[in-house]
Design a protein. Structure first.
Length: 197
């Protein structure tokens, strides 16, 4: 079992800067949706609903053979529209992340490895974008159930691997409230003393 590796914001910036534009767009959608590489490469335009802001991952592309849908945030939506505006093949049955001629893309390994090397990122796999999506949901205050739904996990147990992030984040939040309350109280006390002096 591989350790949970997720990209810090500065690592994401370095990686995106080193990727060719078409792969960069694929990676950005991966970061924002947490969809597995194999499923991303198999998505068709019919699977995206810009009106309702959802991507439907068909059961044929889902690892546990279960259909699930992923909400797309504003960045993922913008990137998908960029892909569409540059593509010659945007019919419902056309692949989203295909080669320029519309044929399926089998792998992004070469571009990925080269970009990671130039960005100074060791041991980062495409699958770690999925961990990145999950960790950001949790660290922004999302629940493990939110992670399970967003990533299309079959069981709650699979989302449990992010529980420590939730605990760490909650401790950091608690420290923030403490820090602010201490400074706030000491400031109020100082102001009161100044008034009575």
């Amino acid at each position: 079992h591989h350790r949970e590796r997720y990209l810090e914001p500065d690592e994401e910036t370095r990686l995106l800067a080193e990727l060719p534009p078409d792969i960069r767009r694929l990676v950005e959608v991966g970061i924002h949706t947490g969809i597995r590489l194999g499923a991303l490469l198999g998505l068709h335009w019919r699977d995206v609903d810009f009106g309702r802001e959802f991507i439907s991952v068909p059961d044929t592309l889902s690892k546990n053979r279960k259909f699930y849908s992923v909400p797309i945030n504003s960045r993922a939506s913008t990137v998908l529209k960029e892909v569409g505006s540059r593509a010659n093949h945007t019919g419902p049955d056309d692949l989203i992340f295909c080669k320029a001629d519309g044929s399926p893309r089998k792998s992004v390994r070469t571009a990925w490895k080269a970009a990671c090397k130039r960005a100074g990122l060791n041991g980062v796999r495409f699958h770690d974008l999925r961990h990145t999506a999950a960790s950001r949901i949790v660290m922004a205050g999302g629940t493990l159930y939110d992670v399970q739904e967003h990533l299309g996990h079959k069981t709650a147990a699979m989302a449990q691997r992010y529980a420590h992030l939730s605990a760490d984040h909650r401790r950091r939040v608690a420290e923030l409230t403490l820090a602010n309350s201490v400074t706030y109280l000491s400031r109020v006390r100082a102001e009161r003393e100044a008034e009575s002096a």
